[in-house]
Design a binder for this molecule. Structure first.
Ligand SMILES: [Zn+2]
Length: 318
């Protein structure tokens, strides 16, 4: 029987954790569903990654209200993906912050990405009709921006291309905590459909050099010791290098996408098959890896139609 498309068969609600990693710094994680980071300062609250819809965002707001009644001033977008940004309206924030790279990607492909992601993961987009449209940043920057939340300093850094061309992390230097967005996953499969696979490991090196002792990944539980931070970064990197290695080798040997996909699944499933959304991500991941290994620098835009066509070609059925 053909595999159900992407995560259309995933209907089970996940358990939420809201953990204080340092005074006023919280990790909202949900067993492999998209995470958010929360920082509480004297002047208000900063939320890193908004969730997929206002309904999902309200689950984060509910947790915030258990620890503070201060307003959410900043919603920071780690990158442009719908599952991270379309819940932003629920916070009523003064500012929505992203990198200039992310702003350009929203302009170029935000609408197509919105339609594609809703089709891939319907559970996360329940009540999507409440989304007022694309989420547009009100502030953006090229490589670095510092936000003073009052007694708490948050540095937003674009460390290079990786999961997308515009990823940023939020670094709290005094507490040595970093919110990594989808640049780092922890027990969850990296999605690389819009990635720059050759540069991503170098971006991870710059992230490692920050010396974080705690890290909130894009998906998976928080890393709460320096050892766990190193492990999360190393596991992400190993996955990316294995994936790109298979693609490069296959392209050099003149193999077809389908042949390279089957090879990647055979080699990578024993090592990574137990990670959340492995079967969802791999067809997209291998397709992009083969494109990049074939010299396509700028990721091709995914549309709902292209998603289904690719899935049929690699997995059969629909
Ligand atoms: Zn993403």
């Amino acid at each position: 029987m053909a595999k159900a498309f992407a995560s259309t068969a995933d209907l089970t609600e996940k358990q939420v954790s809201f953990e204080e990693l340092a005074p006023g710094i919280h990790a909202f994680t949900a067993e492999g569903d998209p995470n958010s980071g929360v920082v509480v300062g004297e002047r208000g609250v900063l939320v890193f990654d908004a969730q997929a819809t206002p309904k999902q965002a309200r689950r984060v707001i509910e947790r915030i209200r258990k620890v503070t009644d201060r307003p959410v001033r900043y919603v920071v977008l780690s990158h442009y993906h719908a599952v991270r940004v379309l819940g932003a309206s629920a916070y009523g924030a003064q500012e929505i912050v992203a990198s200039s790279g992310t702003r350009r990607l929203i302009e170029e492909r935000g609408q197509q990405d919105f339609e594609s992601e809703v089709g891939r993961f319907p559970r996360l987009f329940e009540d999507v009709a409440e989304v007022p449209g694309l989420t547009w940043p009100t502030m953006w920057f090229d490589s670095r921006m510092v936000i003073d939340l009052g007694g708490r300093r948050v540095e937003l850094l674009h460390l290079g291309r990786g999961h997308t061309a515009g990823d940023i992390v939020a670094w709290m230097p005094e507490e040595k905590v970093v919110f990594a967005g989808d640049l780092v996953e922890y027990g969850a499969t990296p999605y690389t459909g819009d990635a720059h696979l050759k540069e991503w490991p170098k971006t991870l090196e710059r992230l490692a050099e920050l010396g974080a002792e705690k890290l909130v990944p894009g998906r998976g539980g928080a890393a709460k010791t320096p050892e766990q931070v190193r492990e999360a970064i190393a596991m992400t990197r190993a996955f990316l290098e294995d994936l790109y290695g298979v693609a490069e080798e296959g392209v050099k040997a003149g193999k077809s996408l389908k042949e390279i996909y089957d090879e990647a699944m055979a080699r990578m499933r024993p090592k990574y098959g137990h990670w959340v959304i492995f079967d969802h991500c791999m067809p997209f991941d291998v397709t992009r890896a083969v494109d990049e290994a074939s010299g396509i620098d700028w990721p091709r835009i995914w549309t709902h139609e292209r998603d289904l066509e690719m899935w049929r070609a690699l997995e059969g059925g629909e």
